[in-house]
Each structure stands twice: as structure tokens, then as C-alpha cells.
Design a protein around this ligand. Structure first.
Ligand code: G3P
Length: 217
């Protein structure tokens, strides 16, 4: 299972990279705005800065919503760095663009996916990743993890290559449940990854080991 971090914060990306378990980064316009990154040039530079920190795929989202605009913007993003994956929304023009990018060797992440039908369409178009937003489904009393399970079943039925990238992950249990279901990737905040570390028996056990060592040394 790949671990991506869902942020545009360079310090957090560095921290996750230093942990040695990071496989990539996802961003979106809201996360960029949260870091105060505005203006086309600054945004493009920020993507390159992220690519220079991590080894894996970095999703960069298009703003255009028409086919020509998505293609133009996607090509510009893809040309920034070999690690860039063009993030395209699940809209009709987006599906057409994903097909175009797939035919032209450009990796894509189909975003804003909230149903199994949308995920099926993304896979048919040749998306590299599909991003079902599980936290936002939970927010409206719909089981986000069930969507991951549905997509896993459908993709396995037909051997689709599209990787399931569980997005809008909010906490560590989301990460664990996605792992059990067989999501290929999860993207979440640093806290959702660091939460995997924690167990009180580990802390108690370590404290005792060190105390016993100190007694004899
Ligand atoms: O990857 C999508 C993600 O950024 C959305 O997360 O927490 O805003 O629903 P959230």
C-alpha cells in the first residue's frame, strides 16, 4: 500500500519523507490556498519544490473545466517535472481529457469521485489513479469505506490497472480500514500516518526496558 501525504505544506512533506515511508504527495487548490500559495508562477514553482523533496508521484490539479483548457494546463503541469501526475476532476470534459492524457503517456489522478460509477468511468478512460473522497462521504452520513470496497470489487472483476487512491482520509482508522479493503494508495494528513505508531503498551514496555537497563548499568 502506498502512503501519500495530502498537503502543500513543505515542512510536513519533509517530515513525512524523513520518516522513510512516503510514496508521494497529493495537493488541491484548497491546500495550496491554505499555505498562501497564490498566482500561477508561485503555484508552479511550489509543485517543483514538492517534487524536489519526495521521490514519488505528486498530484497537481488543473483549474480549467473545458477539454481544451484541461489539456493545455495538464501538459504545462506534466512538463514541470517527471513526478507530476495531472489531477483532473470527474466531469464529462475531465473524462475526455483523462483518455487523451492516457493515450499520450501523461499520468492522471481523477479527483472528486464519490460513486462506484464514477470510478468505473475513470478506469475506462485510463486514469492512473482514482480518488474517492471517503471523509467527505462520511461527513454526509454515507459510508466512505464502503465505496473503496465497491471500487476494489469492480476493478478486480475486470483487472483494471487504475490504482485506488483513498482520499479525504481524516484519521488513522481510515488508513487501517483502507489497507484491509485493499486500497492501492491512501492520502491523508501527517497525523493519520503518525497515528499508526502509537500504542500505550509500546511506551510502557520501552520505559520498563530502559529502566531495567539503567538498574544494571
Ligand atoms: O485529497 C482530497 C482531500 O484533500 C480532501 O480532503 O479533508 O478536504 O475532505 P478533505
Amino acid at each position: 500500500m502506498k502512503f501519500f501525504i495530502d498537503t502543500a505544506n513543505l515542512d510536513q512533506i519533509r517530515e513525512a519523507q524523513d520518516l522513510g515511508v512516503l510514496d508521494g504527495v497529493t495537493t488541491n487548490p484548497s491546500l495550496m490556498a491554505k499555505e498562501g500559495i497564490t498566482g500561477r508562477e508561485n503555484i508552479l514553482k511550489h509543485y517543483v519544490d514538492i517534487c524536489n523533496i519526495v521521490d514519488g508521484d505528486v498530484s497537481a490539479e488543473v483549474i480549467a473545466t473545458d477539454f481544451e483548457g484541461i489539456i493545455k494546463e495538464g501538459k504545462e503541469l506534466a512538463a514541470l517535472h517527471e513526478q507530476i501526475v495531472v489531477k483532473v476532476p470527474m466531469i464529462k470534459e475531465g473524462v475526455k481529457a483523462i483518455k487523451y492524457f492516457a493515450d499520450n503517456g501523461i499520468k492522471t489522478n481523477c479527483t472528486l469521485v464519490f460513486s462506484a460509477g464514477q470510478a468505473l468511468l475513470a478506469a475506462k478512460a485510463g486514469a492512473t489513479y482514482v480518488s474517492p473522497f471517503i471523509g467527505r462521504l462520511d461527513d454526509i452520513s454515507t459510508d466512505g469505506l464502503n465505496l473503496i470496497a465497491e471500487i476494489r470489487l469492480i476493478y478486480d472483476n475486470y483487472g483494471f490497472d487504475t490504482q485506488i487512491l483513498a482520499a479525504s482520509v481524516r484519521h488513522t482508522m481510515h488508513v487501517l480500514e483502507c489497507a484491509k479493503i485493499g486500497s492501492d494508495v491512501m492520502t491523508g494528513p501527517l497525523s493519520s500516518i503518525e497515528g499508526l505508531l502509537k500504542h500505550p503498551l509500546t511506551d510502557i514496555g520501552l520505559e520498563k526496558f530502559l529502566a531495567d537497563y539503567r538498574k544494571g548499568n
